[in-house]
Design a protein around this ligand. Sequence first.
Ligand code: AMP
Length: 133
Amino acid sequence: MKTVFTKIREGEIPSVKLHEDAFCTVILDINPVHKGHLLVISSEPYPTFSECPPQTLHHLMDIAQQADKKLRTTLGCDGTNLVINNGKASGQEVPHLHIHIIPRYNNDGQKFGFTKETYAEGEMAKYGEQLKF
Ligand code: AMP
């Protein structure tokens, strides 16, 4: 079954497209955190970041950097958040790889809803050992 983003790429669902090439499409998010919030979407419907071949990821990041510059120069935002929700547990709603680029403004009152943990004595070093690659 086609994802909503494949339908957008193929023109079955309307969108505001900002860029398109063989490997990705860039559109405006329909429900922006701030106006101009955009999505860099892989052409192939990789369900998550983890399935995407590195060369395609390089291209997506290159395009994301260009989009980021465009947001800063055109909208004058003070910063951006680049976000990839990677898997359902992370809050990913559309199982088709995409990078959110969200314009941010000084003191705009937006923030992620994360609460943070602390490590017990020795635990951080243990995680460090397990996660080395
Ligand atoms: P995620 O939770 O990372 O999967 O984000 C999916 C994003 O796609 C959300 O921010 C939605 O607002 C956006 N979205 C869903 N449908 C559309 C659509 N038809 N056009 C533009 N953006 C969409």
